[in-house]
Design a protein around this ligand. Structure first.
Ligand code: PLP
Length: 387
């Protein structure tokens, strides 16, 4: 059976250049980059070349890159490291649409006594700038960091991050963005932007899992969360994951070249066509966030009165890998809080499935997927009417 992988927001296939770089790292560059002998210094050189590649992809300086174990750690470091570095600023500002790496960190801090301001979102799933403006006007001196993600992992909805960062900058407030679903898929020029902290993860753009980075603008003070090592200029202790870092460097170099092609526009047209044909062919199917600014690779589609779990199971049997933005609890699927916060009706949210494309996705895969999705939904609806 042909496998059609439409779950690229979960992870992507490592590019061949990434696999080669990691293989080299394990075979040849296995010395400790902190060692002063020649073998160690040769590995240090490779790590610094990888840092350069990541900085080129982001349009920032090499020394502004801190390697981490991925997006989750980068998000944690941005929030916790900011609070720890400036103890007089005790307020955190974020929103409920964030990935759990930010949302649950904020919830945990809130339970432990930190004040968290949860920004409202509008019907398009976009953070309300008027609410943020009000918070900044009243509380700028108390805020440790404002954290708003760039592109949402479930819906692809894009936040006006540059505008938010500019507002924060005007009030002297630090701004972090979780750009895990943005980096490698969209161009970036951090040198010219007011963003202070930005998280990325290699495996979302054809790099390895367990490898990522936090961009920390020069001059932004951050306390390390991993204690006991001077690595990464004291911001992230622990002997470097050299294969992961070299894999990330290779993925960044590859992404930079890819972003210069017209592939992104081509794939966006394929995604749009996919949505148009699904909505035309299937009754009571709706694209979540259709009217919102969205990433080119993400389609979140609600099939009314169906359960996402049942759809995914049948799709998987037919070779399609997709996912639902829902957490399984006590045998039933809770609709995604992200969809509910956007005002998606519960009978659509329950049956919402995320399809996410990558550079590797082909038009013929999409054509085949449309047929299979149609058949699966028809089968489930037929079984409902019999029952
Ligand atoms: N932030 C977002 C928006 C994500 O989509 C993910 C991964 O799903 C993460 C953070 C976590 O990244 P990692 O898997 O590298 O820890």
């Amino acid at each position: 059976m042909r496998e059609i992988y439409l779950d690229s927001n979960a992870t992507t296939r490592p590019a061949d250049v990434v696999v080669r770089a990691m293989d080299e790292a394990l075979r040849r560059h296995w010395a400790n980059p902190s060692s002063v002998h020649r073998a160690g210094q040769a590995v240090r050189h490779e790590v610094e070349l990888a840092r350069e590649e990541v900085a080129r992809l982001l349009g920032c300086r090499d020394r502004e890159i801190v390697f981490t174990s991925g997006g989750t750690e980068a998000d944690n470091l941005a929030l916790l490291g900011s609070l720890a570095a400036r103890p007089r600023r005790r307020v955190l500002v974020t929103n409920r649409l964030e990935h759990s790496a930010v949302r649950e960190t904020a919830e945990k801090l809130e339970a432990a006594g930190t004040e968290v301001v949860w920004l409202e979102v509008d019907g398009l799933g976009v953070v309300r700038l008027d609410v943020l403006a009000d918070v900044l006007a009243r509380r700028a001196d108390e805020i440790a960091v404002v954290s708003v993600m760039w592109a949402n992992n479930e819906t692809g909805v894009i936040q006006p991050v540059e505008a938010i960062a500019t507002m924060c900058r005007e009030h002297g407030v630090r701004f972090h963005t979780d750009a895990v679903q943005w980096v490698g898929k969209m161009p970036l020029r951090l040198g010219e932007s007011p963003i202070d902290l930005l998280s990325l993860s290699a495996h979302k753009f054809h790099g390895p899992k367990g490898s990522g980075a936090l961009f920390v603008r020069a001059g932004v003070r951050l306390d390390s969360r991993a204690i006991g090592g001077p690595q990464e200029r004291g911001r992230r202790g622990g002997t470097e994951n050299v294969p992961g870092i070299l894999g990330l460097g290779a993925a960044a170099a590859h992404a930079r070249v890819w972003l210069e092609t017209a592939e992104r526009e081509r794939l966006e047209a394929v995604r749009d066509d996919f949505e148009r044909r699904i909505v035309a062919a299937i009754d009571e199917a709706a694209v979540n966030g259709a009217a919102s600014p969205r990433m080119w690779n993400t389609s979140n589609i609600g099939f009314r009165r169906l359960e996402a779990e049942a759809i995914l199971l049948l799709l998987s049997e037919r070779g399609i890998c997709a996912t639902a933005g829902a957490a399984c609890s006590s045998g039933s699927l809770d609709p995604s809080p992200v969809l509910l916060a956007m005002g998606i009706a519960a009978d659509y949210a329950h049956g919402s499935v995320r399809f996410s494309l990558s550079r590797d996705t082909t038009r013929s895969e999409i054509d085949a997927a449309i047929e299979i999705i149609q058949e699966v939904v028809a089968r489930l609806r037929a079984s409902m009417s019999v029952a």
